[in-house]
Design a protein around this ligand. Structure first.
Ligand code: IPE
Ligand code: IPE
Ligand code: MG
Length: 242
């Protein structure tokens, strides 16, 4: 149980890993694991609303996931499409703002249009921000922001001396939001896999062996309880923070 005195993170970022192993363990095809993964995300988003978490950012497809067998990639694209179509209205009714980060221009055009429609439909909502990282890579994010700033110096819109951490941050994905407070990776691996490299600089990192389709409300509460016990020092001493 999460009690009232717990410090709830404002922004939770999750690497939803372990769908394939979950499917293997149940003697099912990998596709079934990804379907179960979508269901898990739906439940976690609802639970974030209940827990008054403001932002949930999830890694749905990395810039490296194109290296998977073609069949799995196209299956995932179809799953994005069908889930978006079936869930968008529900998310909207729940006052959720849906946003996508990542290089979307390489997606099938129909998918790009569905993404844009879902973002437009939910843009004025005021509840949970659900950010889906699709064809996202942390290095891509940094390089893209650098290019934008280089263009601005070229056109004399800014001077090189204007470039600082705050400006670069604003130019990157999620630049208008608070940085993630709590990072969760399911599936047992202890790596970042090119997720939010810049944005995770001072995030509390939580790793669990639980496979993503098995990660539910109770497991999120456990992670929040763990987060609540962290002392965030941001470079200061423990005495200074106390
Ligand atoms: C995460 O689960 C989902 C995506 C990367 C799309 P995986 O598919 O990586 O599951 P495992 O790691 O093979 O178990
Ligand atoms: C990270 O999981 C990406 C997503 C969950 C979308 P992977 O399963 O692709 O990560 P690696 O390849 O094991 O590092
Ligand atoms: Mg994996």
């Amino acid at each position: 149980m999460v009690s009232n005195h717990l410090q709830v993170p404002g922004h939770v970022a999750i690497i939803m890993d372990g769908n394939g192993r979950w499917a293997n363990g149940h003697n099912l095809p990998r596709a079934a694991g990804h379907n179960a993964g979508v269901k898990a995300l739906r439940k976690i988003a609802e639970h974030c609303v209940d827990r008054k978490i403001d932002i949930l950012t999830v890694y749905a497809f990395s810039s490296e996931n194109w290296r998977r067998p073609e069949k799995e990639v196209s299956l995932l694209m179809e799953l994005f499409m069908s889930s978006l179509k079936s869930e968008a209205q529900d998310l909207h009714k729940n006052n959720i703002v849906l946003r996508f980060i990542g290089e979307r221009t390489v997606f099938p055009e129909k998918l790009q249009a569905t993404i844009a429609d879902a973002e437009a439909l939910t843009a004025d909502n005021t509840g949970l921000s659900l950010v889906i990282a699709a064809n996202y890579g942390g290095r891509w994010d940094i390089v893209t922001a650098c290019k934008k700033l280089a263009e601005k110096t070229k056109s004399a819109e800014i001077d090189v001396s204007n470039i600082d951490e705050a400006l670069l941050n604003r130019t990157m994905c999620l630049g208008d939001l608070i940085a993630p407070d709590l990072f969760i990776r399911t599936g047992g691996e202890k790596r970042i896999s090119n997720f939010l490299l810049w944005q995770l600089a001072y995030t509390e990192l939580y790793f669990t062996d639980i496979l993503w389709p098995d990660f539910g409300a109770e497991q999120l509460d456990e992670a929040v309880a763990w987060f609540s016990e962290r002392q965030r020092r941001f470079g200061r001493t423990a005495e200074q923070v106390r």
